[in-house]
Design a protein around this ligand. Structure first.
Ligand code: ATP
Length: 326
């Protein structure tokens, strides 16, 4: 105890709403524990370049409700090289920063693990990504907000779909994972959901649509994850349209709006808890772990585990979409 005096914090990879709440929690918990807090701007690249500033308590005032990240985020090719990581370690030494909190996804944790191995710097991670694709935590910071945003948008699309008896294919974010798509589909009562984890069966999809959608009397919504393997919302919509020229089909891609906006109360509270737990873990001489939440309890997950394993979609929820769309 007491070895750590200066804690650095950075955000890395894709930004997510709630990252600011996590930064605030790290800074204030560090100060509460008698440490100094340092903000590293621009992810690992900013660390290599020494873009580092001390953060006092009031530097993180009035940010808990803001989307994005006050520390900016970036992707760094240089940090992927041993030379880049040596520069990063030198910068930390120059600023006498003796521990680091990384808020990001599994790529960021892979980089963190190498920094620990090569330079013996204590690093802990906080899961910050809208995709929710990290093993070892029920939820990542930003996921709840992103789903809320998608649901709100699909509700609006449903109004216009219903007015014109249209069939909409709505593409939501998720290059490698269908968590946003699946939850959005259930919350909006969609006819079907297409995710990267499950191969799309076009005949099966058409069968479902035929059952639920009548271009003369009803509307329909199909939620498609960005990373769906057969080519995404436009390509599937085109195939369905070729077979059914009588359908009134539209495609809507929600895009980056899902990353922005004020974080939900769930993400703010989760970020506050995980930010505080990250500093507590460092004060307890821990390293190479991600802080997560499982069944409402804060958990410590070794970087090794979260990097190696893939979080699976809940098959019961996938099934629920089918059952509830009959
Ligand atoms: P998201 O889930 O939002 O994509 P992420 O953390 O997985 O977040 P990445 O772009 O994969 O995002 O990684 C962020 C940064 O972490 C990279 O720009 C790079 O600097 C570092 N990084 C990723 N993978 C490695 C690796 N294998 N070795 C060293 N550093 C890495």
């Amino acid at each position: 105890m007491g070895r750590i005096k200066r804690i650095g914090v950075l955000t890395s990879g894709g930004d997510a709403p709630g990252m600011n709440a996590a930064i605030r929690a790290v800074v204030r918990t560090a100060i509460f524990n008698g440490c100094e807090a340092y903000g590293i701007f621009g992810g690992y690249q900013g660390l290599i370049e020494g873009d580092i500033k001390r953060l006092k308590s009031n530097d993180v005032s009035n940010i808990i409700q803001r989307g994005g990240t006050i520390l900016k985020s970036a992707r760094s090719m240089e940090f992927r090289t041993p030379e880049g990581r040596t520069k990063a370690a030198q910068m930390l030494a120059e600023h006498k920063i003796d521990a680091l909190v990384v808020i990001g996804g599994d790529g960021s944790f892979t980089g963190a693990k190498l920094l620990i191995q090569e330079h013996d710097i204590p690093v802990v991670g906080i899961p910050g990504t809208i995709d929710n694709d990290l093993y070892g935590t029920d939820s990542t910071i930003g996921y709840d907000t992103a789903v809320n945003t998608a649901v709100e948008a699909v509700d609006k699309i449903k109004d216009t779909a219903s007015a014109h008896n249209r069939l909409f294919f709505v593409e939501v974010m998720g290059r490698d994972a269908g968590f946003i798509a699946l939850r959005t589909a259930i919350a909006t009562g969609a006819e079907a959901v297409l995710v990267p984890e499950v191969e799309t069966d076009l005949t099966d999809l058409e069968h479902f649509i035929e059952k639920d959608y009548n271009p003369k009397t009803s509307s329909g919504i199909v939620i498609v994850a960005e990373g769906e393997k057969s080519g995404g919302a436009y390509s599937i919509a085109e195939k369905v349209a070729q077979k059914h020229p009588e359908y009134d089909i539209r495609v809507s891609v929600l895009g980056h709006m899902q990353r922005g906006g004020s974080p939900s109360q769930f993400d703010r509270v989760l970020a506050s808890q995980l930010g505080a737990a990250a500093v507590d873990a460092l004060m307890d001489d821990q390293k190479s772990i991600m802080l997560g939440i499982m069944n409402k309890e804060i958990v410590h997950v070794p970087f090794n585990k979260t990097i190696k394993h893939t979080k699976n979609l809940n098959p019961e929820l996938l099934n629920l979409v089918r059952i509830l769309s009959i």
